[in-house]
Design a protein around this ligand. Sequence first.
Ligand code: MG
Length: 306
Amino acid sequence: MKIEDVGEFGLIERIKRILGEETIGDDTAPLKLGETTLLLTTDALNEGVHFLSSFPPEAVGWKAVSVNVSDIVASGGLPEVLLVSLNLPPKTELSYVERLYEGMKRACKFYNCRIVGGNIAKLERISISLFALGKTERFVPRSGAKPGETLFVSGTLGDSRAGLELLLMKKESYEPFELALIERHLRPTARIDYARHVSKYASASTDVSDGLLSDALHISERSSVRININTKNLPISRELQLFCKKYKKDPVEYALLGGEDYQLLFTHKRENWNPYLDMTPIGEVEEGKGVFVDGKPASEEGWRHF
Ligand SMILES: [Mg+2]
């Protein structure tokens, strides 16, 4: 049997069985040390899979930090330090690596964390793996959603996928709204402004990296609940609306399936809705299992690594 036959999540299930660790499968692994809960996570960006060599290296560096910070925020914490494991071909331009680290440094400044070490090795393609360590007052898993709660999402959904499609069109020039979408794909921002809200109120939480349907399914499976998403409530940016109008696409499809938005998806009581955050109630947690869209069972179609 090949990895592609079991898929990313089938593979994680098998690794869990070998290691016998129940906590595997959350955005971060919590580690309690005295009064403090540390959060550990790692994520990689690989050339040809997660980014192209034509992408600005500063943006790749920014994104590498952001995707790790996003997992920490999803667990209700803030980042402290990171390690960088960089694999690259010896023929890589020195300036490329310098610009990559400029981007990582800028992101660290923004998120108030530091890169404190790492490793460099040889490989045919560039691969950037980051390990991040954060802290939280309360670890929020994917497994705590309860029937009767509301499903919320931060920001807007689907922008990153539209941005990637625009990048791949390789147009001579782009309209301002198109550039805004491209920017959201190249330089996503981890929602550190939500860390306190998530740790204080969320029963379950994850970041939207694979796509809304796929990430909602993770909460549904780990919490043993049914999740119903209402498409009329999905937060869609003005830029995505313009994109869908111009290229005759369905914004709901982008919001449901588009990945890499690095927004937060979390559940809690409706009354804990914070009007000062850009959060939208997009669904309900119910008894049962599976993810439903407008009351109909949704097929699992998130972005897959294998
Ligand atoms: Mg995640």
